[in-house]
Design a protein around this ligand. Structure first.
Ligand code: NAP
Length: 251
């Protein structure tokens, strides 16, 4: 098992890609902190996690990643629940509020930046302080960006700005945290089947499906596998980069 005796924090763990990451990490022996704004879905993810032995207890936390107060509470509670300091963080919580540029209201722009971009800043700042204070070894932070942050996407000027911002922030984090033995990388999913993409009109999905060389939409497990690689020692010389998991879309 690649993550045996390690603790991992996964935001957005109550749904879709985040839930698949929690499951993958738990199967690899990690103790998982499932973090999400939705208490019921967070608990559901927790209930579905496999547990390997008495050393490996998972815990659920209801947290709003965009609130400094809520994140401070999370970071206070984590050491109370886990016997080891987390060495892995996956920032996966995210939202969309799509609209054409000329129609988008200020609130939709601010909300998406606040959750997707400021949320990554707040959680990473708090968890990396915990890692540094506890002198952890071989830390890994993984930020969920999107291929649309690179290519742009009609109706998503707020979302694409947040996801492009995550890539820049990841590189800064990688430079600043390297001296503390913490690596930081971004994952850029393409079209992944999840509750987030269920809201996308069938017509749009079919059009994009035709553009994916792999000939299928991605599954949350495809992203979880990339996160496992970045979380594990198998990627120990990889930092400050982005991995596209898109089935070849926009290569
Ligand atoms: P999802 O199923 O909607 O999961 C996102 C989770 O984050 C939801 O449980 C959501 O709760 C939670 N969340 C929202 N705001 C939060 C907050 N303020 N604090 C804590 N948790 C919050 O979406 P997904 O498809 O798994 O996406 C996961 C990540 O991958 C996102 O960052 C997304 O942008 C990125 N991504 C997804 C795709 C794709 O095709 N699916 C492609 C590229 C990138 P609510 O449901 O209550 O909002």
């Amino acid at each position: 098992m690649q993550l045996s005796k390690l603790a991992a924090v996964v935001t957005g763990g109550g749904s879709g890609i985040g839930r698949a990451i929690c499951q993958r990490f738990a199967r690899e022996g990690a103790c998982v902190a499932v973090v999400d704004i939705d208490a019921d879905r967070t608990r559901q993810t927790l209930d579905e996690l496999s547990t390997k032995g008495p050393d490996c207890k998972h815990h659920a936390f209801t947290t709003d990643v965009s609130s400094a107060e809520s994140v401070a509470k999370l970071v206070k509670e984590i050491p109370e629940k886990f016997s080891v300091t987390p060495t892995i963080l996956v920032n996966c919580a995210g939202i969309t509020k799509d609209s054409f540029l000329v129609k988008m209201d200020e609130r939709s722009f601010d909300d998406v930046i606040r959750v997707n971009l400021k949320g990554v800043f707040l959680v990473t700042q708090a968890i990396s302080k915990l890692m540094i204070d506890n002198k952890i070894k071989h830390g890994s932070i993984i930020n969920m960006s999107s291929i649309s942050g690179k290519t742009g996407n009609i109706g998503q000027c707020n979302y694409t700005a947040s996801k492009a911002g995550i890539e820049g922030m990841t590189r800064t984090m990688a430079k600043e945290l390297a001296e503390h033995d913490i690596r930081c990388n971004a994952v850029l999913p393409g079209w992944i089947e999840s509750p987030m993409t269920q809201a996308v009109p069938e017509k749009v999905l079919t059009k994009h499906l035709g553009m994916i060389p792999a000939g299928r939409l991605g599954q949350p497990e495809d992203i979880a596998d990339a996160c496992l690689f970045l979380a594990s020692r198998k990627s120990s010389y990889i930092t400050g980069t982005s991995i596209e998991v898109t089935g070849g879309l926009f290569m």
